[in-house]
Design a protein around this ligand. Structure first.
Ligand code: DC
Length: 241
């Protein structure tokens, strides 16, 4: 059985960066589930569906052909064979993904794709509902948070670095709107799994976050190994039956 570590949390909490680094350090594959929602959103936008349209035609959803190739610390994603990894990073696609992801048919479409990755390799899975819905039996679960101000600041600086000229207050308000949508949707809302370890990243550097998480994962995996070994010893050998 493969090991699954889940990393959930709101936009700007540092999930993607941390999950990628964790996966690299552990030698695990990486599942960026947000990229899947963004890719569906891109396909729907291209097909002329407006994010608030109530009904997404079944045939259209079925025809969206997403392929992911997980690798150590990374994930390749394609839509009908086209590499869309840059295009899905736009603000517009992110907002559309947040709206479309509230729909049951979209979540249903992506559930199997996400679970199939855990049949191929050990995995760090990053998103909103990884610990609660997609991988409830994950061996280790984290929920990363940071204050809304800090998350907006990180996003604002990222946009500046990309050469955009954002307004901090707009970035802040958009982030709060996205949090609200992700937290209050009826299906798979963004909540920490009951057995998740919550890490507040507001005042931590990426190295500090990574160090804390790696230590916890290693001690949890050691404990699981010991438990498995103890269970094997408990089982009577066939010679004594
Ligand atoms: O993490 P991200 O910004 O790439 O995600 C984009 C949107 O996709 C997010 O606002 C909500 C949705 N999403 C989701 O509903 N469930 C996930 N597991 C991951 C993302």
């Amino acid at each position: 059985m493969f090991v699954v570590v889940t990393v959930d949390g709101p936009a700007g909490a540092g999930k993607t960066t941390i999950a990628r680094k964790l996966a690299k350090q552990l030698g695990f594959c990486m599942l960026d589930s947000g990229a899947l929602y963004r890719t569906v959103a891109l396909a729907l936008l291209r097909a002329g569906i407006i994010p608030n349209d109530e009904i997404i035609p079944d045939d259209l959803l079925k025809s969206i052909n997403i392929d992911i190739e997980p690798a150590v610390g990374s994930m390749q994603i394609s839509l009908d064979g086209e590499d869309v990894s840059s295009e899905i990073r736009s603000e517009y696609v992110g907002v559309a993904a947040s709206v479309f992801s509230a729909k049951a048919e979209v979540r249903r479409k992506l559930l199997g794709i996400q679970r199939s990755v855990a049949l191929q390799c050990d995995l760090v899975a990053e998103g909103r509902d990884m610990g609660e819905v997609v991988f409830p039996f994950a061996q280790m679960k984290f929920f990363l948070t940071a204050s809304a101000e800090e998350r907006a600041k990180r996003r604002y600086e990222e946009l500046l670095q990309k050469g955009a000229q954002p307004s901090y207050s707009e970035v802040f308000l958009e982030m709060r709107a996205r949090d609200h949508r992700d937290e209050t949707r009826a299906l798979a809302p963004m909540v920490p799994a009951k057995d998740a370890t919550i890490v507040d990243t507001t005042n931590l550097t990426p190295d500090q976050i990574l160090g804390t998480m790696l230590k916890l994962i290693k001690s949890r995996l050691d404990l699981l190994k010991q438990e498995t070994a103890a269970k094997k010893l408990d089982r009577p050998s066939k010679f004594f039956l």
